[in-house]
Each structure stands twice: as structure tokens, then as C-alpha cells.
Design a protein around this ligand. Structure first.
Ligand code: 13P
Ligand code: SF4
Length: 343
């Protein structure tokens, strides 16, 4: 046990129900042992509305804590142990660029509805709320894309083009109805002739971690391990998803392992903290769970026990996350639309 373990537990006891700690599945075990609730992005966003704690500490990356701040009740303070724990994919869609691109897309009179993956900034979510759109997570992307397609002439899906394509595949949306956008130069490079025919416009972002999983990894693994099942997160490329036996959110991957029979061998394509935890959890039942390739999210790792302890020691004086009233109002519209549609 680390030197921080007892300190954190003593501080949790001191704050009692004035404090709630939430953690994403990608956090390390020594952080997750201190959380009151662990979940995927959708489950964590849902949890906020039922929390009455004055201080909510969010062990995950910045966009997750921002969503919590948008959904928090008045006076509730949302904290993250390290403000630099950002998601590089969320940073691939700056809010001003989104607004420029949306305006360029709407020039031709088509009603383009923005749908942002929750891995995006609060400002981006606010734009989605303002322009009649919403947000989605990997657990509800299919429902939300189906909804968004019914709201206008086309959907702008951002920032993850892989999740966009994988979800479009689930909806049997033909490749000819999709267009990956050139978002450079404030949207002036967009090919308007092609935009006119597309129903799904894709922002060219990816998760640098999940994009590293390749079809060749699955082929080699299947050759070396006949009978192995492969499941991946839908931030992986469409080729990887097609070559696997299943794809879904972190909660889907957890359930897949829980439901598998004893003796199963399962390779998982996602962040390795989660894969290692599942391997340890299911080893006693004779399930062999291995990483498709061991990749970790260095941003998730910026939240650690030492930083959690440091935050809790000075919690009353700590600066909670702060969003402008405008961003709160409009990002909340986008988030609440998702929570209502997927209730
Ligand atoms: P989930 O929504 O599946 O929890 O995943 C979040 C994420 O950041 C995956 O890289
Ligand atoms: Fe962002 Fe990828 Fe890390 Fe998830 S795994 S938080 S998408 S960088």
C-alpha cells in the first residue's frame, strides 16, 4: 500500500457525505480503490444529477469533469486532481473552429445538426446545444446518431471519425452518404458539392491510443491463439472493429468478460489499466484476458493517488472547475437532451 492510501481514506472519512469521488474505468487501481462510484462516461454523467455532495472529485480526464460541472447543482463544486489531464482527441475540435465549420456547412441552406462525442470541451457541447444538436458517448452513439439524422438534412459528427464510421456502419449508412471533412482554413477548404449529398459529415479526429490498434495485431493474435475472441472499443478504426468479434464502450467490454464462459480466452483492444483489472478479476474463473496490445492513456495516468491526496488535503481552498454561465446553459441543453433521449 502506498503512503497516500491511509491519508486519502482519513480525509474521505473526515468529509463524510460532503464529498463524493467518481472514477473512470481507465484509472489505475490505486485511484479506483478510493472512489464512491466507478463507471464509463455515460454512467458517470448520469450519476451527477443524483449527487448531493458539496464537493465532487472527478478522477478521469478534463472533459468528464467539465460535463459534471455543467450538470452540477448550484453551489456544488467539481474538482479534478490534475487540470492537465486532458483528452488529446477532445482538443482536436476547438470550439471556434467548430462554429466556423458549421457556419460554412450551413451556407448552402442545409440544416446540419452537430453531434459531439462527450470527448469534447464544454464550449463544443454548448455549440451543439445552441445549434439544435446534442452529445453522445460510445455507449449510446447509435441511438444518438439515429436521433440526430432525424433532426435535419445532415449530421456533423465530431471529433472522433472512427466512432462516427463505426456507428454509421451499425445504422447501415452507405459510405457514399458520408464525407470526411477538410476543416483547415476555417472551413474554406470544404468541398460544398460533396457536402450537398452527404448525410453524415465527419470531423477528422481520432484517439491516438485506440487508433494504434491495427488489423494486423488481430490477425497475428488469432494465428497464435486459435479460438481467441477479440473485443475492442469503437474508437478503434472501422477495419479493426470489423476484424473483431465485438465492439463497445468500456462497460460493454467489462460485461463481455463477465458473461464469457470459464476457459474463454479474450483479447481486448482498449486502455491497459482496464484490461489488466479484468484479467486479474477473471483469472480465478479460468478466463484468460489479454491486451490486444498494451497501450495506456498517459492523460488518464496524470490523475494518481499522490495528486488525489494533494487535492483532498486542501479541498476547501481548492479552485473548483468554473464554466461561464453561457457555456453551462447551452452545454447542459446538449447533455440533458442525450440523457432524456437515452433515459
Ligand atoms: P467510455 O465512454 O467507453 O467510457 O470511453 C471513454 C474514453 O475516453 C475511451 O477512450
Ligand atoms: Fe482521450 Fe483516448 Fe485517453 Fe480516451 S483513451 S481519454 S479518447 S486520449
Amino acid at each position: 500500500m502506498s503512503a497516500f492510501n491511509e491519508r486519502i481514506e482519513a480525509l474521505r472519512a473526515k468529509y463524510g457525505n460532503r464529498l463524493a469521488i467518481l472514477g473512470h474505468h481507465y484509472q489505475a487501481d490505486d485511484v479506483l480503490r478510493h472512489v464512491d462510484f466507478q463507471g464509463d462516461s455515460l454512467e458517470l454523467a448520469r450519476k451527477i444529477e443524483g449527487l448531493s455532495a458539496e464537493h465532487v472529485v472527478f478522477c478521469g480526464v478534463f472533459f468528464m469533469a467539465e460535463s459534471a460541472a455543467a450538470l452540477a447543482r448550484p453551489g456544488q463544486k467539481i474538482h479534478i486532481p490534475h487540470q492537465g489531464a486532458t483528452c488529446p482527441m477532445a482538443d482536436m475540435a476547438p470550439a471556434q473552429r467548430l462554429e466556423d465549420v458549421l457556419n460554412a456547412l450551413r451556407e448552402d441552406g442545409r440544416l446540419v445538426i452537430p453531434l459531439a462525442y462527450v470527448n469534447s470541451s464544454a464550449e463544443v457541447k454548448a455549440i451543439c446545444g445552441l445549434y439544435g444538436g446534442s452529445v453522445c458517448t460510445s455507449a449510446n452513439a447509435k441511438t444518438m446518431l439515429e436521433w440526430a439524422l432525424q433532426q435535419g438534412d445532415a449530421v456533423l459528427f465530431l471529433p472522433d471519425k472512427n466512432l462516427g464510421h463505426n456507428t454509421a456502419n451499425q445504422l447501415n449508412l452507405d459510405a457514399t452518404e458520408r464525407l470526411e471533412l477538410d476543416i483547415r482554413q476555417d472551413g474554406s477548404r470544404i468541398d460544398h458539392k460533396k457536402v450537398r449529398y452527404a448525410r453524415l459529415l465527419l470531423w477528422p479526429g481520432v484517439c491516438a491510443i485506440h487508433h494504434k490498434f491495427k488489423k494486423i495485431h488481430i490477425q497475428e493474435l488469432r494465428r497464435a491463439n486459435p479460438g481467441v475472441r477479440v473485443v475492442v472499443h469503437p474508437e478503434c478504426s472501422p477495419g479493426v472493429v470489423r476484424a473483431s468479434d465485438g465492439a463497445g464502450s468500456t462497460s460493454y467490454l467489462i460485461k463481455y468478460c463477465a458473461d464469457a464462459p470459464s476457459g474463454a480466452r479474450i483479447a481486448i483492444g482498449t486502455e491497459c489499466n482496464l484490461v489488466q483489472r479484468l484479467a486479474a478479476r477473471h483469472r480465478p474463473q479460468g478466463k484468460d484476458i489479454i491486451p490486444l496490445k498494451a497501450l495506456s492513456c498517459s492523460n488518464m495516468a496524470k490523475v494518481n493517488e499522490e495528486r488525489l491526496a494533494g487535492l483532498l488535503v486542501d479541498l476547501e481552498a481548492a479552485q473548483p472547475l468554473s464554466l461561464s454561465p453561457d457555456v453551462i446553459e447551452h452545454s447542459r441543453v446538449a447533455l440533458e437532451r442525450m440523457l432524456r433521449i437515452c433515459a
